[in-house]
Write a protein that binds this ligand. Structure first.
Ligand code: UD1
Length: 418
């Protein structure tokens, strides 16, 4: 069991290099299954979730090698089509492998995915979309078998712009027959990154970034070299860490356009930001102002930044209202923040945060990836030494969080054992 020990009260100052995007890497790693050849990936973050994805690929017959900052995946002999249940359980995003495996083998077997407990997270939209593509689905005690002779073309109107379902349709249809059109598609930048990767591989996809995506099936793909986009959620987390500590930080290797809703809220909270195309400098006030926000699909405020923002607002001047519209169970970290002196009331989708002047250290437990990051931010301003247990959740999505925070002047270490 690993814990972070953080002594709060240090203003963060300096520069932090943002890693490659977790949520772009996972579907792109899955997509390498589509080509019977070599994919070279750059800027893949070294985090638990990408390691798990590589483990699954290896089980399916791929070889995965690391050469400096480059990951080389050879999927020429990837004959496997069953995603091992124990690995699927550990990571919800492994569900995008289903689309890639189906695209390649026209059959796939997997179970219901696991991952962070932030809500029911069904996969009905994925399965309904597969059926529209002519795939037969049978379910047996939570195990799902899919098969078809060909991936048909279809017009798929998603009930909700699900990121994972949009990606799964793109992956399954890349080698399909005719042209598939997705309407009410998710518009997240990670979908554009997946489109760019697939097209570099020889796919014919257009429209990613808008709510209509067209996938014209191709017969064959080719070897590819690709640089993963920067992680906009990691970037937002460091901006908030700078803001909560009253610090002055610069984040580099980013696409600032992806951060617009986060930048807007930080400015509203009284931070001063110098926004360039690929870097942002933030100067925080002594104490931020209360702001209201609601999470929405992109280009709205990202649900993955909700918990970190709640943490920031616990020390704001005034009362903030945050509304979570994407996941119904995304306030599990709130009781942990309350143990540190935060004043938060949750009523259904809304969290009402009454800003306080002082936060104190406590022993707390991470409950999920982003909720865990919220505890780290709170610990950075708390008086005294905070112990955060269950940091395996945080390690799923943040590369070298302790090293990066140390470089910014934080006092943080990792402790093993109880
Ligand atoms: C992805 C991100 C996650 C982010 C989320 C929303 C990855 C690896 N993960 O997750 O970090 O928080 O987008 O931006 O990219 N839903 C259904 N049925 C389905 C699929 C989804 O009801 O078949 C619901 C979900 O329960 C949720 C909402 O749709 O309420 C959004 O989910 P979705 O966009 O699919 O999120 P993920 O792709 O799982």
């Amino acid at each position: 069991m690993l814990s972070y020990i953080i002594e709060g009260g240090k203003k963060l100052e300096g520069e932090v290099h943002i890693s490659g995007s977790k949520n772009a890497s996972l579907p792109i790693i899955a997509a390498t299954m589509l080509n019977k050849g070599i994919s070279k990936l750059y800027n893949v973050p070294e985090i638990h979730d990408t390691k798990m994805m590589f483990e699954i690929l290896k089980k399916l017959g791929c070889t995965v090698k690391k050469n400096n900052k480059k990951i080389i995946i050879d999927s020429s002999k990837a004959e496997g089509y069953k995603i091992p249940e124990e690995l699927m359980r550990q990571m919800r995003s492994s569900v995008v492998l289903a689309g890639a495996i189906l695209g390649r083998h026209k059959k796939a077997e997997f179970s219901y995915p696991g991952g962070c407990d932030i809500g029911a997270r069904p996969i009905d939209l994925h399965l309904k979309s597969f059926e529209k593509l002519g795939i037969l689905i049978s379910e047996n005690y939570g195990n799902i078998s899919c098969k078809c002779d060909t991936i048909d073309n279809a017009k798929i109107d998603l009930d909700f712009p699900s990121v994972g379902a949009t990606e799964n349709i793109m992956l399954a249809s890349t080698l399909g027959e005719g042209t598939t059109i997705i309407t009410n598609a998710a518009r997240e930048p990670e979908i554009i990154d997946l489109q760019n990767f697939l097209n570099r591989m020889g796919a014919q996809i257009s429209g990613a970034g808008t709510n209509i995506i067209q996938i014209k099936g191709v017969k064959k793909l080719k070897d590819v070299s690709y640089n993963i986009m920067p992680d906009r959620i990691e970037a937002g987390t460091y901006l908030c860490a700078g803001a909560i500590t009253g610090g002055k930080i610069k984040i580099t290797n980013i696409v600032s356009e992806h951060l617009t809703p986060i930048i807007n809220k930080l400015e509203e909270a009284g931070c001063s930001l110098n926004v360039q195309k690929d870097n942002i400098e933030l100067i925080a006030p002594k104490r931020v102002k209360a702001v209201d926000l609601k999470t929405m699909p992109y280009p709205g405020f990202p649900t993955d930044m909700q918990s970190v923002f709640v943490s920031l607002l616990t020390t704001a001047k005034g009362t903030s209202i945050v509304v979570e519209n994407i996941f119904e169970n995304r306030y599990k970290f709130v009781p942990e923040l309350s143990r540190m002196g935060a004043k938060i009331t949750v009523e259904g989708k809304a969290a009402i945060i009454k800003g306080v002047r002082k936060i104190h250290a406590a022993n707390v437990k991470a409950t999920d990836l982003r909720g865990g990051a919220a505890l780290v931010l709170e610990a950075l301003v708390a008086k005294g030494e905070t112990k955060i247990e269950n940091i395996q959740y945080i390690l799923r999505g943040y590369e070298k969080l302790d090293d990066k925070l140390k470089k910014l002047g934080a006092k943080i270490s990792i402790k093993e054992g109880e």
